[in-house]
Design a protein around this ligand. Structure first.
Ligand code: CS2
Ligand code: MG
Length: 402
């Protein structure tokens, strides 16, 4: 089999998605997600201008060799743009290989390790009362695990709190909107939220929370301690993680489980975190961390250190990424949980897929490949629209982490 051509498809059914479609001389094609929220066109150009011209004539079955060619061959290694582009190629090639074998992708990875993939949903509200009600709705819908984010009294807006509760979307503006942050106000609120949640729903539901990179290690250690009796499933992105050693302070001071990694793009971003057992869940995704090929390498390394997977699955990762992730999750021995932020009806129509939700679990389906396609006619109805994530400032105007 030979690759004949590849095409980059940009569509915006409510938010921007970049996809790669790779064609072969045997009539099979594969699709991969190449979406990098707020920087979409840079990956589209990387693919169109620099990768697509090198694909024609290659054997699509040589996934590893093509991965190494694109990674080593760029000379400039790593980085979100390069790695998202490589991920898209990798996802599309695994799709082709599984279609050629006439098997769902998980079979090629080693088969099922479990019957379904436990997912967590996103509940949020302006106040603790509203957030508690929203968590209840997810539990009623059958979710076994829910992430809870709440508005902070005294702050106009904060990460994770949305107007539309069902299809929450953080990138909503053609120039970055500005949020305001106070660590003092935040640290005061969050333990109250989880205290109320446990009093209302008991200890059984898994509860998660995303700090979204806003604390320092000592502040994160304090929050972890304050949350200990509420038995969190995890505390996510407690600090920015460029300095992996910073996690030592958090780790030495709390037994609250830690998750990190949605913005990591290679194993090098988490090597120290894993080797030193500084985290419990690694959140690297199929689309931003080098596709199935590299994610599998990260997960295997993580398994040596009792670290489980918890792949990023926000709405800015397209259904193609979700489909591929579910096959990975069904196989990966050290699976922890999968994030599942539901896509809108418009998005689902552009990306017909075989995965489905039931009683807290997602199932990838038995379609050959990763089970997600792109309807180019519907995709063409939604042209690209520039859209940024917000930024964040302290109350005195100092730039902070969003
Ligand atoms: C996130 C995302 O945990 C999460 O899902 O932190 O909401 C993240 O902010 C977006 O994916 C950014 O594009
Ligand atoms: Mg997050």
């Amino acid at each position: 089999m030979k690759i004949t051509e590849a095409k980059v498809i940009i569509t915006s059914p409510g938010r921007n998605f970049v996809s790669l479609k790779i064609y072969t001389d045997e009539g099979l094609y594969g699709v991969g997600d190449a979406t990098l929220n707020g920087r979409e066109l840079s990956v589209a150009s990387y693919l169109k201008d620099h990768i697509v011209p090198m694909l024609a004539g290659r054997d699509p079955h040589q996934i590893e060799d093509i991965w190494q060619f694109l990674y080593r061959g760029a000379y400039w290694r790593k980085g979100p743009v390069t790695m998202t582009a490589i991920s898209a190629v990798d996802m599309a090639l695994w799709d082709i290989k599984a279609k050629a074998a006439n098997m769902p992708l998980y079979q090629l990875l080693g088969g099922k390790s479990r019957s379904g993939v436990m997912v967590y949903g996103h509940a949020n509200g302006d106040s603790i009362e509203e957030t508690v009600d929203e968590v209840g709705k997810f539990l009623n819908d059958g979710y076994l695990a829910v992430r809870a984010q709440t508005g902070i009294p005294g702050l106009k807006s904060t990460y994770g709190v949305s107007k539309d509760k069902m299809f929450y979307e953080p990138a909503d503006s053609d120039l970055p909107s500005e949020n305001e942050w106070s660590t003092t106000k935040y640290l005061d609120s969050i333990p109250k939220l989880f205290d109320t949640l446990r009093n209302t729903y008991g200890n059984e539901p898994h509860l998660l929370h995303d700090v979204h990179h806003r604390l320092t290690p000592i502040e994160a250690a304090r929050l972890g301690k304050d949350l200990e009796s509420f038995r969190m499933f995890w505390l996510e992105d407690a600090v920015p993680a460029e300095n992996q050693a910073g996690f030592r302070t958090i780790r030495q001071n709390t037994v609250t489980p830690l998750a990190v990694g949605e913005i990591f793009n290679t194993i090098w971003d988490c090597k120290e975190l894993l080797e030193e057992q500084l985290i419990d869940y690694i959140r690297t995704s199929v689309v931003h961390a080098g596709g199935i090929t590299h994610l599998r390498r990260i997960a295997d390394f993580a398994s040596l250190f009792h670290v489980r997977t918890g792949c990023h699955g926000a709405t800015d990762l397209s259904p193609i990424c979700m489909g591929a992730a579910l096959h990975f999750d069904l196989w990966v021995p050290n699976f922890g949980i999968q994030e599942y932020m539901r896509h809108s009806e418009e998005t689902n129509a552009v990306f017909p897929h075989s995965y489905s939700f039931k009683n807290g679990y997602l199932y990838p389906g038995e379609t050959a490949g990763h089970g997600v396609d792109i309807d180019e006619k519907i995709a063409a109805k939604y042209p690209y629209k520039r859209c940024y994530l917000p930024v964040n400032r302290l109350e005195d105007g100092t730039m902070w982490n969003w």
